[in-house]
Design a protein around this ligand. Structure first.
Ligand code: HPA
Length: 276
């Protein structure tokens, strides 16, 4: 099943019939919002508001592990995550979509893994993930290419057909937030090869991958990053842009639900040989 994680400005999926609202608690705490289970043309989809329905979790305090674990509990195997970002690459304009294909991690104080060796949480289940946690294994997953190529390709086709301005790859730099970046930080990130900057993409993608899920990030350029334009950055600017893009994003999600075929990628195999 597809799970959709909505970021700033995307707190529900209007237009998709909600069948159930699930309050789930996990060994990693409570997710940031109830899970909304919906259906589109007979296919189920689950929606989760990353920052909570009232946007009450700042990026560095989002319960990423609880969010991903809750999605796993309801049977999600693929995650489509929508995030607002600042544009660093001068080719990017506000409103552009970017299907990022790699990341740089500058976060500091987040829980970055499910696999904590002897300190791993007690979990239920009989699959490989549950076994590794129960046996207290140390696990190093490969993240050379962290985003699912099959999902990225499908979404790229949808964006192309809809005629939206988009970039089919890009490097996402994740900062700790909740402040925006300094001019010098953006200059440094640019020199390091970052195209966009956000505060939530990591560890979300890593945690999804640790659970053998496919993960695809649709980044929406909400503003030029600090120092790229002369304006002061505001949350208003970000939220307003995301509201403007809401209809387009919903259209993309609807199309993705209809179009996703069986998994032909290797995301499900990420735990092979990963335990020590
Ligand atoms: N920086 C970090 N995160 C963001 C930005 C930004 O400029 N815009 C939207 N999310």
């Amino acid at each position: 099943m597809l799970g959709v994680i909505g970021g700033s400005g995307l707190y529900e999926l209007e237009g998709i019939k909600v069948l159930e609202e699930l309050e789930i608690s996990t060994p990693f705490g409570k997710p940031s919002a109830p899970l909304l289970v919906g259906e589109v043309e007979g296919k189920k989809v689950v929606f989760l508001a990353r920052h909570g329905r009232e946007h009450s979790y700042p990026p560095h305090l989002v319960p990423y592990r609880a969010n991903l674990w809750a999605l796993r509990e309801v049977g999600v195997t693929r995650v489509f995550a929508v995030s607002a970002v600042g544009g660093i690459n001068p080719l990017l304009k506000p409103g552009d979509f970017v299907l990022v294909d790699n990341f740089l991690d500058f976060t500091k104080g987040r829980e970055v893994t499910f696999y904590e060796g002897r300190l791993s949480k007690e979990v239920e289940g009989s699959d490989e993930v549950a076994r590794l946690l129960r046996e207290g294994k140390v696990v190093h997953i490969d993240v050379t290419d962290p985003y699912c190529p099959q999902m990225r390709e499908t979404v790229a086709c949808i964006l192309e057909e809809k005629g939206f301005r988009f970039h089919d790859r890009g490097v996402y730099a994740c900062t700790e937030g909740p402040r925006f970046e300094t001019r010098a930080e953006i200059k440094a990130l640019s020199l390091l090869g970052a195209d966009v900057v956000g505060m939530t993409g990591v560890p979300e993608v890593v945690l999804a991958r640790e659970l053998t899920m496919c993960y695809c990030s649709l980044c929406v350029v909400a503003n030029p990053a600090a120092g790229i334009s002369q304006n002061r950055l505001t949350s208003d600017e970000v939220i307003n842009l995301m509201k403007e893009k809401e209809e387009q994003i919903k259209g993309i999600i609807l199309e993705l639900i209809k179009r996703l075929e069986d998994r032909s990628c290797s995301c499900a195999d990420v735990l092979k040989g990963a335990e020590v």
